[in-house]
Write a protein that binds this ligand. Structure first.
Ligand SMILES: [Zn+2]
Length: 256
């Protein structure tokens, strides 16, 4: 998309918009070129000429799609941006829990500054993670998913990385040793990297920009496997909602 210009905006379901209403949003972005498409935490970020950003948070059922024919119209299209290259950028969301925000450079700086570090940044390591975990007695899984402590990790990748690092998800974050934190930081980086290579985890709803499914679900060791044998020790994987109200799958034998 880099270099393409936004030539208009229509919002059939404007309730996903944040920071600005449909009319103001459209007036603000129409005519601007997309200078870069990046990611921060769970947001897809379109950096526009002049410094404004469109920040899209797809959450459970949202997808940002590049529609080559501009005729996608199944009732779930929330926002549509025709581009100067003839394609149309579409935000589609069945349950409309996701959001599409337009932010000025100052607003973005404030928003982005409140997010934790990126696990895939070169500077992220066990020491950086330990500094974040040491401040909290909450369960380590909850802190991993807290976007202010660490950016971009949700239920699937928190569950997987704790399994890989052999850490009990309910442990107090501050109780992890340096060795455990090193293992967890490495597991996070390995799992996120492998999932990106596989184009993401489509357990149900996730779609990439071309509408394709991600293949990482086939590599999941814990998430979605409650009751099945642990691939490391053979014990039956357990499941609990008690940690954070979300499903956590873990091995009670080899996660300590
Ligand atoms: Zn096990």
């Amino acid at each position: 998309m880099r270099g393409a210009r936004i030539v208009g905006m229509r919002a059939p379901h404007a309730d996903v918009l944040r920071e600005m209403g449909a009319r103001g949003f459209a007036a603000r972005v129409t005519g601007l070129a997309v200078e870069a498409v990046t990611r921060r935490a769970k947001l897809v970020v379109l950096e526009l000429e002049g410094g404004d950003r469109i920040a899209v948070q797809p959450r459970f059922t949202g997808a940002l799609l590049l529609d080559p024919t501009a005729d996608l119209d199944d009732g779930y299209v929330c926002v549509r941006w025709p581009l100067s290259d003839g394609r149309t950028l579409v935000y589609r969301d069945v349950r409309r829990l996701g959001t599409v925000a337009c932010m000025s450079p100052a607003r973005w700086a404030a928003y982005e500054g409140a997010l934790g570090p990126e696990p895939l940044d070169a500077s992220f390591d066990g020491g950086a993670l330990h500094a974040r975990l040491a401040r909290s007695r909450r369960p380590v899984k909850v802190v991993l998913m807290d976007q202010r402590a660490l950016a971009g990790v949700g239920n699937i990748y928190a569950t997987e990385s704790l399994w890989r690092a052999r850490v009990d998800p309910s442990r107090a974050a501050s109780s992890l040793t340096a060795a455990e934190t090193d293992a967890l930081a490495l597991a996070l980086r390995e799992i996120l990297t492998a999932s990106i290579v596989a184009r993401g985890t489509t357990f149900r709803d996730y779609r990439d920009a071309r509408g394709g499914r991600g293949a990482f679900a086939a590599q999941l060791e814990a998430y979605g496997r409650a009751g099945e044998p642990c691939t490391r020790c053979g014990a039956r994987l357990a499941s609990t909602m008690a940690i954070d109200g979300r499903t956590t799958v873990f091995c009670a034998w080899c996660q300590r």
